[in-house]
Design a protein around this ligand. Sequence first.
Ligand code: NDP
Ligand code: 2IT
Length: 444
Amino acid sequence: MSYVDEVIDMVVAKNPAQPEFHQAVKEVLESLRVVIEANEETYRKEALLERLVNPERQIIFRVPWVDDKGQVQVNTGYRVQFNSAIGPYKGGLRLHPSVNIGIIKFLGFEQIFKNSLTGLPIGGGKGGSDFDPKGKSDREVMAFCQSFMTELSKYIGADTDVPAGDIGTGAREIGYMFGQYKKIRGLYEGVLTGKGLSYGGSLARTEATGYGLLYITEEMLKCNGSDIKGKTIAVSGAGNVAIYAIQKAQQLGGKPVTCSDSTGWIYDPEGIDVELLKEIKEVKRARLTEYAAARKSAEYHEGKGVWSVKCDIALPCATQNELNLDDAKALVANGCIAVCEGANMPTTLDATEYLQKNGVWFIPGKAANAGGVATSALEMSQNSERLSWTFEEVDGKLQNIMVNIFHNLDDAAKKYGMEGNYVAGANIAGFLKVADAMTAQGIV
Ligand code: NDP
Ligand code: 2IT
């Protein structure tokens, strides 16, 4: 049996009931096959793949907090410190009721390659909790965040592990967590990114994931003789990534016509009103029904459905496995030319394969959404030198990073005989740097 197959089997056997983690490992290792086979003896002897798929450290802890009725609630907190070969662990904190160790491991595993692709010195990690911030008062969110950080603070630091936002963790949560870290550790340092601008945050971090997604999409289209101008775009999600993807798509002359949340979705043939969407989601923290109520041109539909709309470009920006084989078939039938993932692993493996086989350009999340973590690394740099850069400076660096990522993965795909396969290109380019650093540092 080949080394890759052995390791995939081992991951499935040793990590039962973690389907998302299995999926992420399979996607990466399958496309590394050519690279691994070329060096099989060395990699096998070093157990490089076994080390790659086993997190360096997994921390699971109790998070007790008191709700507004005086009732004690108990959640579970996680931080998976996956791989520190190329830098301190870096990755977001997800707060969502679906969070479990398998989800955090899939996200942490993806983060290793994503962070490598940015070209910046950051290792892979991820964390979070099954806490649901939705419907909680600010005081309850603060109580949770303080309790969560009381424990997490023992394991993180500006040079060891630097968490950030993800689903359910935005500026409010990062603020409460930063305050608690400072109180407990007595350190004013860049231990978290995505901070507010008044206490060490970076300009353009809020926009970075969505903007970066559009910068890489534009570069990919340009290199294939197309561009965003005049294109109809289907976007899913209505959170941080989706909002700024919609905004940048409009700035580049595209027309995003959809967005969604966990209860329903909007079709607005005149183009999404991004200011209205921001007001509803960032300020009021309300549902998308309010968008439809405030805008004549918009239709609201319950449930799932953005991929049924005719579009040229699809940008899944909500969550994992939200675009399945049926959705991929609908997109192809409707003439979609490109799918670029703003979320982490939003497309199922069979859907990805179908899209690629049918000539749809497909950029995986670990490349397409890397602008967020890249800008987090720029926030770390600014914190280290105790300076803040202008919006234009950060945004300019972000654009360069995204253009470089595209060319790295495009070149890697070509070099290994898989031209146009950006999934393989991203995995190979991300892997080679990490593997080289792991080998150089010996068995640790
Ligand atoms: P937010 O919490 O800001 O927004 C998430 C959006 O997706 C919301 O509209 C939410 O709807 C919807 N959503 C979440 N979970 C589900 C679900 N299970 N089913 C249906 N809809 C769902 O998160 P972000 O925008 O930050 O993150 C979105 C994706 O992008 C995630 O995959 C994340 O890992 C990834 N990502 C985020 C980065 C960042 O910098 N923030 C960087 C790189 C990737 P509702 O509010 O109703 O739950
Ligand atoms: O998935 C991701 O890359 C993020 N949620 C952002 C991580 C970060 O450290 O900014």
